[in-house]
Write a protein that binds this ligand. Sequence first.
Ligand SMILES: [Zn+2]
Length: 656
Amino acid sequence: MSCHKSYITTPIYYVNDVAHIGHAYTTIIADTLARYARLIGQDTFFLTGTDEHGQKIEEAAKARGKETQAYADEISKTFKDLWDDFDISYDKFIRTTDADHKKGVQKAFTAMHKKGDIYKDSYQGHYCISCETFFPELQLVDGEFCPDCGKATSVVEEESYFFKLSAYEDKLLAWYDANPDCILPKSKRNEVIRFVEGGLNDLSITRTSFDWGVKLPEDFNDPKHVMYVWLDALMNYLTALGYGTDEKNMDFWPARVHLIGKDILRFHAIYWPAFLMSLDMPLPKHIGAHGWWTRNGEKMSKSKGNVVNPKEVADAYGLENFRYFMLREVPFGGDGDFSQRALIDRINSDLGNDLGNLLNRLIGMSGKYFEGRVESDLVSKYYQAELDEVDASLAKLEPMLFEMQLHRYLEELWRPLTVANKAIDMYQPWTMIKEGKTEETMALNGLIATILAKVSLMLHAVMPQTTSTICEALGFEITPESFEEIIRNGETLAPFTTQKREPLFPRIEEELLVDERQEILKKEKEEKEAKKAAQKEKNKDSKPAEGIALIGIDQFFETSLKIGMVVEAEEVPKSKKLLLLQVDIGEDEPRQVVAGIKEFYSAEELLNTQVCVVANLKPAKLMGMKSEGMLLAAKDKDGLCLIRPEKPKTIGTPIS
Ligand SMILES: [Zn+2]
């Protein structure tokens, strides 16, 4: 990486709206970049927050009969709560009503004025209240309506301070020219250049028509003016670092990237760099503008009732699955379509089949052939070609991430998984092990583990929890150190032992509406809790009920229970409790079972009786004797009795 500090921002979200999928998308991209930057050891500052000034907020509060600040507090909190719910790793949540922010904006106003970039004049123009923007007559639709939102504009004349935006035309064009990546995607940069080439008017940056905003610095002695919201809002990127107050984080400037929706590109790509030039501050490295989300091909709107609530989707399908879907589904900058079919396909196919199933295959193979042991030291001896292919893909990834090519990043990151799945099909470990190629088979498992480890590290920023779970199964933790070792230095994984685990991405069979699915999940949860409560009630008198976990039928059948016949029985000398039994369970030889039942049964009375045996228990040693099974029994205050079939059954019959 060329720079060691990463300052990553979302826009500050305007508090006249509830959070929707577009807000979630921007924030998730920013969170992904911030997490990645931290993982590669960069000093990272991730900013999000809320924009709370302006006429619209004042009016919205009034309409609800609330104090403006109280109303802003309320809506700002819904954003903060959502990001906390979504585990967004922001370092600061800024609010434009913060006292520090206001001070910083005033300082900037003073500095721009000193520079000669601010002057006072009167302004007459067509003003859209909704967009808080004056529009030149030429831009109005039918000479009256706002070109951005379509609402009627009104002619407003007021005294205003102006910023000399026109003076920055050439400097801006020179900046775009010298920095081909300053606006991403590049197609958007061309739009901005064309707009600036068309000529820039000076910018009215104060208002007298409302009150809810940052006042001018006191020495201007002009109390009826408040700052125009865009100067106020854009300045948050500096004031969050302490500009104008304690300056303590100013070394994070300039921003690595400002992430925004394409609707506010003009403000970020024209006004903001011009303000910064006026302040003699360096300009941001990238401004990344993403597109809109539609639903099933249609524009989302409240009136159509098809607005996607990000919280509902995340609850129904899993937050990290949702993160993966959003970043994978849409080329950055393009418009994206949200459909549940597409989301379910991504979960079942990319995540379930390609990723989750690969971990299952590794656990299955290592369990079957090596008691769970996985060693990776011989991978390069047998599978260098596969390793090379994987590393070639991984090497392409990092630049894609910081160029916001997240869909390509994830697409490329899936290639190593294909390499792994193909290797299993091609080398057929089940054949190799039969042919006695033990070393090759172990190395193949090592290859799969290595690929899973590398993919998880590179996927961590997108799916933090899931990848942590995978790496835990592979015997290591995701940290900047393990990233350095495994990704940068290509170090071999330490040996580890796998264990059976729940699937990471249970298959979603049916396409259900979000609310239907939520309803089902809620019911399942309630049923589970009801069962738990009932179980607790039942066990209250006899046994302590804590820790009774429900298991599926599959888990029950992991225990092999069989009918056995005690064919030999003797007391273990010097032991009060143990009997040494030979139990026939229909195998070539009887099993030796050391049972702690001497206090309740004599050797004699057990001989030639039937018992129930746990047949797949790991062998254990008791008083130096091997025990290869366990007898089912029940014990209460009256003593212990063995569980036996009601009528004699064929020896070796499975119990189910
Ligand atoms: Zn408008």
